[in-house]
Design a protein around this ligand. Structure first.
Ligand SMILES: [Zn+2]
Ligand SMILES: [Zn+2]
Length: 419
């Protein structure tokens, strides 16, 4: 039997890891600048949390969750997204009594039984940020700026911020009536999904990707034109902050999140050429979610960005991450006494912070030097029996040049000082 990684998962090999570290460290660095603290939540939760927190009528809950019963009979689900768990933790740990908003970030592994395609996996990774406990549009602006500055710091170019407001319980119901009235005579022309959405979730009519539905969408009334005073004011303030931040905003009245607890601000970041199917990240305000999950009514906003998606874009734009530390010194030797001295020398070098490898397996000196070359180290230290007898080792610069003879202690000093 030859095992393979399950469909829709991937192995990240060491040469690929530099991209992950680059994205994660940049995100951490900027999260700290905005005062976001790290939270880590379990990989699985009670299934009910996602039924309520993601929404029973979504594709995620209807088709994509990895749900199982454990040996104790618990009904559990591998997390399909990050927000529900973080909100659950906010409520469970009484974080409402901390200074508000509570700013949290998390690197989450998520699971969705989806059709695998480029940049889309069944096990995938997200960077999540949530600001819970404040309605001020300043927080919306900060959160969006944080995401934008991270993309910028990674060197990504040509991105646009797609922005919309989907109103709230004051203005949305009247708009949905208007939208239904508009769609009613068009129902025979739209797809089956849209005919269903007309009944269950009319806001989602606006983000249908099917070609026959595009004409109907183009003529549909815009929620932006029917916001109540509070929502309109919130949106105007947010746009002013984003303009000051020099972020290229495209108003996108088709951008929606189709669940009741999403309110006001929604946004996505799109790469220049590709558009909605390949959004790098996105999020929005969910002022109804904390109450939906059993907490007191609490405004909140968050985003998630897919790490795989970001790395795909880094590669497409030819952006190389900083190299990770690699072995700098290789120790070659001949004979049993020299081997023991080599292991000791390597230990001393590592304690001084020098990444060091020692030859293994009794290879010839020639084979050892060939391996040192293949590993790309800067220095090879040769511990020969003859040198050992004279109390010295040989330092060979791999880039070429004269070898040096030094006492082992002097060799350690020299290599620790950078060679
Ligand atoms: Zn449709
Ligand atoms: Zn409103």
């Amino acid at each position: 039997v030859v095992f393979q990684a399950p469909r829709g998962t991937q192995d990240v090999l060491p040469e690929e890891a530099a991209y992950w570290v680059f994205v994660e460290q940049t995100a951490r660095d900027w999260a700290a600048r905005y005062g976001y603290g790290e939270i880590r939540t379990p990989t699985f939760e009670e299934t009910g949390l996602f039924l309520r927190g993601v929404g029973g009528s979504t594709d995620i809950v209807e088709k994509e969750m990895y749900t199982f019963r454990d040996k104790g009979g618990g009904e559990l689900t591998l997390r399909p997204e990050g927000t529900a768990s973080i909100v659950r933790a906010y409520i469970e740990h009484g974080m409402a009594s901390r200074p508000q908003p509570v700013r949290l970030f998390s690197f989450v592994t998520c699971f969705r039984y989806d059709r695998p395609q480029r940049g889309r996996y069944r096990e995938f990774h997200q960077w999540d940020c949530e600001a819970i406990g404040e309605l001020d549009p300043l927080i919306d602006a900060e959160l969006i700026m944080l995401l934008w500055r991270v993309y910028q710091a990674l060197g990504l170019r040509g991105l646009t911020l797609q922005l919309n407001s989907i109103g709230d319980e004051q203005c949305r119901p009247a708009y949905l009536e208007r939208l239904r009235a508009y769609y009613q005579p068009l129902l025979p022309t739209v797809c089956g999904d849209c005919q269903r959405r007309y009944q269950t979730n009319p806001l989602r009519l606006l983000d249908c990707k099917n070609p026959p539905c595009q004409a109907a969408i183009a003529g549909a009334p815009r929620l932006l034109d029917h916001l109540c005073a509070a929502c309109a004011e919130h949106f105007a303030a947010l746009r002013a902050y984003l303009a000051d931040a020099d972020i290229p905003v495209e108003l996108n009245p088709r951008l929606v999140r189709g669940l009741d607890y999403y309110t006001k601000t929604v946004f996505e970041v799109w790469p220049a050429e590709a558009g909605a199917q390949s959004a790098l990240g996105g999020g929005g305000r969910y002022d109804g979610l904390v109450a939906e999950l059993g907490g007191r009514p609490t405004p909140a906003i968050g985003f998630a960005t897919g790490i795989e998606r970001v790395i795909l874009n880094l590669k497409a734009q030819g952006i190389a991450p900083p190299a990770l530390p690699a072995p700098r010194v290789y120790i070659a030797y001949l004979g049993e006494a020299a081997r023991r001295a080599a292991v000791h020398l390597a230990d001393q070098l590592r304690q001084r912070g020098v990444p060091t490898l020692v030859a293994v397996g009794g290879r010839s000196m020639r084979a050892q030097l060939r391996q040192a070359n293949a590993l790309g180290v800067a220095w090879t230290v040769v511990v020969g029996e003859d040198e050992l007898a004279r109390g010295v080792v040989q330092l060979k610069p791999m880039a070429g040049g004269e070898a040096l003879e030094l006492a082992p202690e002097a060799a350690v000093e020299r290599l620790a000082a950078g060679g």
